[in-house]
Ligand binder design. Sequence first.
Ligand code: WT7
Length: 630
Amino acid sequence: MKKITSQSDYQQVYNESVEQPEKFWAEVAEDFVWRKKWDKVLEWDFHKPEVKWFVGGKLNITENCIDRHLKDKANQTAIIWEPNDPTKTSLHITYQQLHDEVCKVANMLKNNGVNQGDRVCIYLPMIPEAAYAILACARIGAVHSVVFAGFSSGSLVDRINDAGCKVVLTSDGSLRGEKKIDLKPIVDEALQNCPGVVKTIVFKYTNSKISMQAARDVWWHDEIKNTKPVCEPEVMDAEDMLFILYTSGSTGKPKGMVHTCGGYMVYSTYTFQTVFQYQQGQVYWCTADIGWITGHSYIVYGPLAAGATTVMFEGIPSWPDMGRFWQVIEKHKVNIFYTAPTAIRSLEKAPLSFVHQADLHSLKVLGSVGEPINEEAWHWYHEHIGRSQCPIVDTWWQTETGGIMISPIAHVTKVKAAFATFPLPGVQPAVMDEKGAELFLNGVEGRLTIKFPWPSMARTIYGDHQRFKETYFSTFPGKYFTGDGCKRDEEGFYRITGRVDDIIIVSGHNMGTAEIESAIDEHTAVCETAVVGYPHNIKGQGVYAYVICYEAPQDEEKLRTEIREMVSKVIGPIAKPDKIQFVSGLPKTRSGKIMRRILRKIAEGEMNNLGDTSTLTDPAIVDEIKNGAL
Ligand code: WT7
């Protein structure tokens, strides 16, 4: 595989990857352990849609993430685990230990009836067992579905049932800053509505008093006790399912994105190595939670397959104080640091003394992910964290893409504040106008699509291929539609401008406004709701809810609190509305469609620029809403 060491190399490799994509990806894939080589690199049809990579190839991703490193790296640290509480000891887990632990968990799963192809729900805090669980599933060919441990029991029910999970792995509780959160009761509540779950394996972590249901619930420490630290990896087909991960849709329930073994392995690893230019021996830290795609691809699979040392952090950036991230960087001499703009913006507000107290000289590369990074945050990050010497890789990608798509290559390609810059080799973006024509020149703005497959693209929505086709392949037939708007400037740099559909990104978490609306509607006082995003100086976007009640509320603040609690219960605390405005009606067209454009403008504070309101059934409602805006 040709190494990219300069902007002109990049251009050359990129061109080759577009001219001969199969040759390009076959060369990349040669660097992995395959039990049987593929017969054909790629089969694809974006109209059906159907995509297969490394057809006929056989492998196990954990053999690539673990076993192949044992020859020369058995004693190298694979995972550094940094606990929530800085006074507790961190763990250095070597590749050999990782092997043994993963095999033990794999055997524990087998003993509890998990077979190849079965779906396993993982609902665990950021502890090493979460990584072992993910890899153990992959080792025996079971399909993991990780659910972020901040989600409520209702969200857990939807995800468990949709994926048909048979077993749930969880813990008694989790730790976040000074809070202890009991997880098992959330699982108990969920399982009342999940008839397919036959077993839960509970890791004892916080020692909270919880109840165990005989026959269904077993303790992790009992089950793992006599398991062997050896478990042969199951030989999987390149196109077998590796995992399902849920992401919000602009309508309806969350979508279970399906990722497969071969292509996902090749792409997550290649992009990890390329974007961050990871050098052997370096310490790499991605602050995401393992419950999101960023955690899957860039805490677990990509870095481990590359033989890296990856930090897994249980805590939060603000506890015990706003210097926690910087202290962890100093403590573990982190060389590559990858976080989200929302975290940067909140840390930027804290006194700089928190940054200056820590020695950040180990840092070589900084990364950003999850939402557009504004210029101010970019400059602060560059100057104060990167000492104006570390490139920032602003990585654009999605749960659906499985890996980074548009990003600078650290120390190699140019960076530009607030721009994701250039597509990685193998990625073919196309900017489309609203009529569906591709904009070929530079200096254009439109919708971002991808016109050629890449190995880690999601293959389908679990159980609903029709929805997969409608959501991603019908807006611009023959192309994958990302749902994002973008600009390509005069010099060809890409800047992602944000979602163009009804998805909002709050603190880097992707949420469907429809989902939040239906959670608010569950409150008995509420008749109808419309939710939009608005610019929020820390979260990126905040949640603004317009709520119609059956009767004008007596105590607005009390009802607001109840509504927030309802959303927290139905979806999870991350989806709680920041602003709730009670209104007597919503701006609707004659066909009954809510004109969200108007609501968005009002929420953004752009009262005088509402555009055409003549098609509304009741234009007067707009004035009422404007006058009551928060
Ligand atoms: C959406 C995907 C990528 C993993 C975490 C989020 C937005 C993501 C960037 C970026 C501008 C970004 C997009 C995308 N997004 N990264 N660097 N610049 N926007 O994954 O939850 O599936 O969300 O996040 O709008 O479509 P996700």
